[in-house]
Design a protein around this ligand. Sequence first.
Ligand SMILES: C[S@@+](CC[C@H](N)C(=O)[O-])C[C@H]1O[C@@H](n2cnc3c(N)ncnc32)[C@H](O)[C@@H]1O
Length: 327
Amino acid sequence: MLQKLNYLTVDWPLKQERLFPSVAPLIVEIGFGNGDFLVHLAESNPDCNIIGLEISSGSMERAEAKIEKRGLSNARLIHARAETALSHLLEPETVRAFHINNPDPWFKKKHHRRRLIKPATVDLLTSRLAPSGQLRLATDIPEYAEMAHEVLSRTPGLSNRFETPWVKEIAGRIQTKYEIKGYREGRGAHFFCYERNSVSAQHPPVVKELDMPHLFLKSPLDAEEIVRRFEATRVHADGAHIAILNAYANPQRNTAVFEVVAEEPTIEQHVLLSLSPREEAGQYIVKLTGVGYARPTAGLHRAVAAVGEWVAGLDEGSRVLERKLRG
Ligand SMILES: C[S@@+](CC[C@H](N)C(=O)[O-])C[C@H]1O[C@@H](n2cnc3c(N)ncnc32)[C@H](O)[C@@H]1O
């Protein structure tokens, strides 16, 4: 059966015993594309557990079908940005090898912020590597290879396994779809292999969940009037960007829901928050709804605060009464 795992539905941090039949050394492929390399990793490392991380839903479905068809119990895919998985799912010093094949095909200046190979992400990758664990990278883009060489060779916790910055061939390696495309278009491949050395590195702990956030407020306005006055709002606080995009009222029940996107440095969540009446007349509670798999991060605490404060600012008689929020 297809697993359809994603970063919101799995344990933080991941528990191998809940994903695989047994605990084993972990290999992680980031951006597995059509999944052929990941299937090869799983088949050629039967004594290891393989986790694939991908942001493309199409790739997830296609690769998962291949894993299922071959009955590979040592491979699991998680729909997640690598940066989110590194911060929320993978514990320090637990990964035997990371494989990254042809990341970021759009290697343009304006995409620098979203680029996978950059010092902050390489530091996180390094911190997640077990002692002597390897970071293996392939790229068909010469400029990307130069840039990756700069970043990797300046990371104190990693040592180059090759005598040259990269090699052009690795015996026994299967070619990925983008590698084949690179050859066809006359670029060729650049392979890197760096190993975790004994230089101590920062080990940022896994970002954990907080308690469920909620906030009480009083307001003489009913939910329908609150929604009538709604205007899309953005708040930047504590490193999070909160966008309250839409509001919908249910006049019969005097409730409202707010559609919110919370962007934090390590995770993005698109959630619904509810405003519903309490037993005490004129009082409301703002909290997360059970829609989707919202995880109570600091950013979602900020989102509940943002909605509560916005409602409390609508009328002189409105104010926040109590916050069950972080900070
Ligand atoms: C150019 S394709 C390479 C696919 C495959 N590795 C290959 O060599 O044929 C890059 C892949 O990385 C995925 N990707 C890009 N950024 C990612 C990120 N931050 N986290 C996880 N996957 C990512 C994309 O969806 C895409 O499937």
